[in-house]
Structure formats: C-alpha cells, structure tokens
Design a protein around this ligand. Structure first.
Ligand code: SF4
Length: 82
C-alpha cells in the first residue's frame, strides 16, 4: 500500500516540509484512548489493541505525535522513513 499522510502539526518530530508525515507508521486513536495510554502504546503495538468507535473527527487524535526535540522520540519505537 502506498499511503501519503498529510499533517499540519509542524512541531511534531515526524512532520516535514509540504505538510507531510515522515513516520514509518502512525496510530490514530480516540481522544479517550490517547489520553489514557502511555507513549509506549502506539503504532508498534496496534495489532494488539481493541478497536473503538468515535462520534466525530473531533474525538480522534494522532497518538504518534511527539514534540520536536523531545526526549520521548524513541519511546514508541516508531522511526522516520528513509
Ligand atoms: S506523527 Fe501524527 S502529528 Fe506527527 S506528523 Fe505524523 S500525522 Fe502529524
């Protein structure tokens, strides 16, 4: 699958020019899930997670977001595409 993820969150470690996400994988989750789980629970553990429903797009978030320069960059074992 050849996906392109576009994102305008420019202070994320994975964001790049042209509003592109350069993470090799991401996890989109409900806000409730994202707020309740540690950084280690992310795209690398996605196949083990239970799916949930959201009412609107306002109830979803990118669980893979991490601030540029953060010490938590490798906590979820996600990497940038080469
Ligand atoms: S990881 Fe999420 S917040 Fe960060 S650039 Fe990719 S889509 Fe945007």
């Amino acid at each position: 699958m050849n996906q392109h993820i576009h994102c305008i969150v420019s202070n994320c470690h994975y964001w790049s020019q042209g509003n592109k996400c350069e993470a090799n994988e991401i996890l989109v989750a409900t806000d409730k899930f994202g707020a309740s789980q540690p950084d280690q629970i992310d795209a690398t553990t996605a196949t083990q997670l239970t799916s949930e429903s959201a009412g609107t797009c306002m109830e979803t978030c990118c669980k893979s977001y991490v601030s540029k320069g953060s010490q938590k960059v490798s906590a979820d074992r996600i990497t940038k595409m080469s």
